[in-house]
Design a protein around this ligand. Sequence first.
Ligand code: GDP
Length: 449
Amino acid sequence: MAPATSFGQGGIGIIRLSGPGCLELVRPFVVGPRGGFPPWESHRLYYGQFVDSSHRVIDEVMAVYMASPRSYTREDVVEIHCHGGLVVGRRILETLRQAGARTAQPGEFTLRAFLNGRIDLSQAEGVMEVIEARHRSAHQIAVRHLEGSLAHFCTQLKEQLLDSLALLETWIDFPEEDIDHPSFDSILSTLAAVIESLRPVVASFRNGRVLREGVSVLILGKPNVGKSSLLNALVGTDRAIVTDLPGTTRDTLEEQLDLDGLRLRLTDTAGLRDSDDPVEQEGVRRACSKIAQADLVLFVIDGHRGMDDEDRSALMRCGEKNSIIVINKSDLPSVEIPPLPSYLPVISVSASTGAGIDRLRDELRIRVGVDDGVECPESLILTEERHHHALSQTLDKLHKSVESLNAGLSPEFIALDLREAVESLGVITGDTAPEEVINRIFSRFCIGK
Ligand code: GDP
């Protein structure tokens, strides 16, 4: 038993119970509109009142019983839809607890769905991804995982590999006979086909990580060059404080920008300059420490004042970082900027008028480097390090198997690698995932999921 929604917010709260006997437990507490108890047909929503053990009405509710196996957990499930707020849900939970229900662990409902075979491990992770998705592309990918696209892919590959393994095992069982050519060719072509379909999926992790977590973009430059104004121009709000006094952004500010469905985490920093003010020194120190963690730097120069030694030393701090140089204040007369490193793109903008901001967005899109195909429903994109690691291992073992086959090594060797390749696929779906991995995955879930 657990609240499936967080109490205190929203008009409705849902309490979910799962397991044998849950209907019997709830039955005495839900009273129908004419005083009797609902007949509790499966998958029907009943209107009534939830009463406590002294028959005092706690709330007006809607309740549903979902008979096993047609439920989220595949067990008998009852859900009570009550009003939101801090008190109602808690009183209902308390009543049910006194009647013998136990509070579910975080993720326990989904864990049961997994243990009862309704979903595999990658789908369980998809549930979490859907909940955590912060923008459209991440959500799109999460839904595909939830639907089982990764599970389906791994199962298909596994079946092909198991066929090859069976052929190899015949060869191991009858060592006096050389493997015939058709079998050898069939194993080789299966492995080649599996490698071919795995390769783009393993490579998709780069995009997947970016799509899931977003890209961190650091806005750097001397004080007063227009960093905060640029952040505002990109984001379209007045979140960052803009003033005429140099050094107003003492700490770092973060804003999210949705660039064609991709999340950019933009951080405005304290201006980079040498200062005696300890607060400002701290801001500069933090800005520098963020350079290493950022995926991309927007280095801003004031095009009206030009570039001086301070700009140059600030730019030096970026080193070889993936950067775009933004020459700001294009609405004002400009002075000549000395030659900049030729490998860095230079975009001229006015944060005040918005001129050049679209070009900057285009350049950001290129530099962030997410390929097309994210919106394409059939492409499989990895977002979890765990999946990437497992599929990379599968790929590795398959390459080894092909090498061993071609080198005429003993079939036992090849079978060993193939078996490990199959096991790595099983780690994703949960067939061969160690218990601590499964526990770690479900511990990330919230109560009620
Ligand atoms: P920061 O210290 O680098 O964050 O700079 P701010 O964004 O606070 O801007 C410093 C000053 O420059 C403010 O007075 C802004 O109004 C002004 N400013 C920023 N961008 C532009 C621009 O594109 N054109 C003009 N004319 N002024 C700008």
